[in-house]
Design a protein around this ligand. Structure first.
Ligand code: ACO
Length: 337
């Protein structure tokens, strides 16, 4: 058996910064409401003509991660790509990234687990490395969410929280099994699938019928994200804690042993609540939702990269990635750096 070592991290966000104040031009909201309820000050959104899409932003983040790892795209054996906003309904974005980077004809797997996507993607990549099947794997989370949001007041409960961006991580095979990813926890509860979902386009609705429905009913919002915010919030604060405790228990550790938690940046109040319940110090919790909003599958690799760039992660540190989101899905990964 082997272990997986992180040898490169990279992030990319579009240049366009969208402040809370700018959102007040599109919908009935305020900077004060958004900051108080979510912690978000601004987010980055793609703009027409800037060349950014889910795959191209992933490629930008990946090139940085590869350079830091001292590898080239030819050294990568496999791609795991997490996103809820793929470039196309099909094929997935992983193959587009494989082409953009100029990798060999390696496998590329798309993971569709929304906010938990990067946690799932990390666990999948780790298994391929542990088993010896692959040596170097590129794990990516990338999202373009702004183009699919309802920017009217009707959609304000959802639209103010989401941002665009990408993060990438290069994992490599290591002989030292006392280091690297030590434990994973992965969960789902599909009975709540529609509490946070985009319902169309869907093969449950014939395309011809959907086009007619939308043309006849301007209030059809089935193709915008729906989120039962309060309900999601209440589940998130519990599941975040459970997932953290599960990976700690598997490794025989306690919250006091953790050097840094990288939570999915869903809402600052969720992170603060989890921090309080687990009695974690401020320096044990990483938050950057203030600058980027909720970038779904990209939020953990963006935060991990930023934490590493700021020198917040040192050799031997225990770091936890943890997420909850649509599905419902949730989970965590524990790594000894
Ligand atoms: N600006 C101003 N007022 C608003 C806004 C807004 N942007 N959005 C909602 N409101 C209003 C509502 O209309 C409501 O008004 P009312 O009391 O007159 O009816 C009031 O504010 C309170 O609305 P709530 O929805 O109860 O607000 P809440 O405090 O729950 O915050 C939020 C909403 C931020 C969405 C929160 O519920 C949340 O963060 N939920 C969890 C999100 C999350 O973790 N998602 C998972 C990841 S996402 C993924 O997986 C894709």
């Amino acid at each position: 058996m082997y272990s997986s070592k992180v040898i490169g991290l990279g992030k990319y966000v579009p240049e366009r910064v969208v402040t809370n104040e700018e959102l007040t031009h599109y919908m009935d909201t305020s900077d004060e409401w958004i900051r108080e309820r979510t912690g978000i000050h601004e987010r980055h959104w793609v703009e027409e003509g800037d060349g950014n899409n889910t795959a191209s932003m992933a490629a930008k983040a990946s090139r940085i991660a590869l350079e830091r790892a001292g590898l080239t795209p030819k050294d990568i054996d496999f791609i795991v790509f997490a996103t809820l906003s793929p470039d196309y309904y099909f094929p997935g974005s992983g193959v587009l990234l494989q082409d953009m980077l100029g990798c060999d004809t390696i496998g590329a797997l798309d993971v569709r687990n929304q906010c938990s996507g990067f946690v799932y993607a990390t666990a999948v990549a780790d298994q391929f490395i542990r088993s010896g099947m692959y040596k170097n794997i590129l794990v990516v989370g990338s999202e373009v969410q702004s183009t699919g949001l309802d920017l009217s007041t009707r959609g304000r409960g959802v639209s103010v929280i989401f941002g665009d961006g990408a993060g990438a991580m290069v994992l490599t095979r290591d002989e030292d099994t006392s280091r690297g990813y030590l434990a994973h926890s992965l969960h789902s509860e599909g009975k709540y699938a529609l509490e946070l979902a985009v319902q169309t386009p869907s093969n449950r609705v014939p395309t011809s019928k959907l086009l007619k429905r939308v043309a006849e009913n301007p209030d059809d919002t089935s193709f915008y994200p729906y989120m039962n915010g309060n309900f999601v919030f209440k589940h998130a604060v519990v599941r975040f804690q459970e997932a953290i405790m599960e990976v700690l228990n598997k490794a025989g550790l306690t919250p006091q042993d953790v050097d840094l938690v990288i939570p999915h940046q869903a809402n600052l109040r969720i992170s603060q609540f989890v921090q309080k319940m687990l009695k974690l110090r401020d320096d044990q919790m990483f938050n950057n939702i203030q600058k980027y909003g909720n970038t779904t599958a990209a939020s953990i690799p963006i935060a991990l990269t930023e934490a590493w760039e700021e020198g917040r992660i040192k050799d031997g540190d225990y770091v936890i990635q943890v997420a909850f989101g649509s599905g419902f899905t949730w989970g965590a990964n524990l790594i000894k750096w």
